[in-house]
Design a protein around this ligand. Sequence first.
Ligand code: XMP
Length: 327
Amino acid sequence: MALDRRPADMERITNPELAQKFIDEQIKDIQEQVGDKKVLLALSGGVDSSVVAALLIKAIGDQLTSVHVNHGLLRKGEPEEVVEVFRNQMKSNLVYVDATDRFLDKLAGVTDPETKRHIIGNEFIEVFAEEARKLDGVEFLAQGTIWPDILESEEGIKAHHNAGGLPEDLNFKLVEPIKILYKDEVRIVGEQLGLPHGMVYRQPFPGPGLGVRCPGAITRDRLEAVRESDAILREEFAKNGLEGKVWQYFTVVPDFRSTGVKDGKRAFEWSVIIRAVNTQDAMTATVENIPFEVMTHIVDRITHEVKGVNRVLYDFTPKPTGTIEFE
Ligand code: XMP
């Protein structure tokens, strides 16, 4: 029988053997719970939903359908990686929905950060529910709830919003195979399941994605500048041994231009802001000391490779007073 709560005396999963033991137990529990019924999963490509997908593929194979909604606010290469890993390599049923236009059209002209979050959250549920209705006979919804989500919602710190918002007529029963695990355990289990290291050890990424890193009204060209500069930053951090050492790092492109010069001509363009912080729990954060030479190289690449950008700034603000994200 699947456990509802983490037993107080449960041994922390710290190695591949313990991870394998957990995987074997879960496979049995999932098969027992689901029988020959169908299961649906919203697969974002984040650590938790990816590990749940990999577990379910092992346990029930074709009875799982995963839906990856590309809201157009994902990082460069992310949707492609989800398709590559789950459709091409793991041969699972993956529905890929490119909903970029829907999201960006709804977000056009919207400047308030919380309104942007609501639009993105609601639209996500709508797209996912539409896909769910296209499938016949799905009884279960799988979710990547983890133990801290349950503790935090019990303590009133944050709502555990995984299932929240789906229309009631869909009436799914929940499958939550990693709900007794801490995040570090989820990563070890993910590696044991054969997921790519980069997918399992990725930095936190907010649900509204690059949408909150394109402050003010999102435009496609500025969003592209965020995505391209973020990709360069991640590539350079990986090359220079900063990946895994810095908790979260990303770029932001605010809606203002400044005068610059490119190829001998006036260039009135955007600035990219780099943010790189370390934290234990995201409640407070300190700014990372990035070596000067690494920074100048990143500045050189971003100003030469990213369209519409003539300046790069570094955010030296700890949390508090700045939050980690800009919106
Ligand atoms: P802040 O900006 O509040 O961020 O200091 C703390 C952590 O939470 C992430 N974050 C979000 N995650 N939806 C999410 O799923 C959101 O709307 C959201 N806003 C912030 C942020 O990336 C950081 O890791």
